[in-house]
Design a binder for this molecule. Structure first.
Ligand code: ZN
Length: 109
């Protein structure tokens, strides 16, 4: 899904670039005139395409950076960005992803 969003963003950017430089574009035998301000439309399309691609990457980095880890021993949650390592500072055991933690440890629920 994320991959498709990026492809659409790149396609929109390329199409926008084309409209920026060419006022008239042929479509299967028809010619579409984007008018005097075709470059405004083109630049807007390109910007939209670029922002779609950038936000798709940014979304992923935020998810990776703000992931929460939980200690299987003391049950304390930690933010990934606050940690020096992926071990619990108090118990010295490897921390686990919060996502699915209670599925892996059903006895703690
Ligand atoms: Zn701990």
């Amino acid at each position: 899904m994320l991959f498709m969003t990026r492809i659409a963003g790149v396609a929109l950017f390329l199409f926008g670039a084309l409209v920026t430089f060419e006022r008239k574009l042929p479509y299967w035998g028809y010619e579409v005139d984007y008018g005097e301000y075709h470059w405004v439309i083109g630049i807007a399309m390109s910007c939209l395409g670029v922002s779609i691609v950038i936000s798709s990457f940014r979304k992923r980095t935020i998810e990776e950076e703000t992931g929460t880890l939980i200690c299987p021993s003391c049950r304390k949650p930690y933010n990934k960005q606050d940690l020096q390592s992926t071990d619990c500072p108090e118990c010295n055991v490897p921390l686990e992803q919060v996502e699915g933690f209670y599925d892996r440890h059903p006895e703690d629920e």
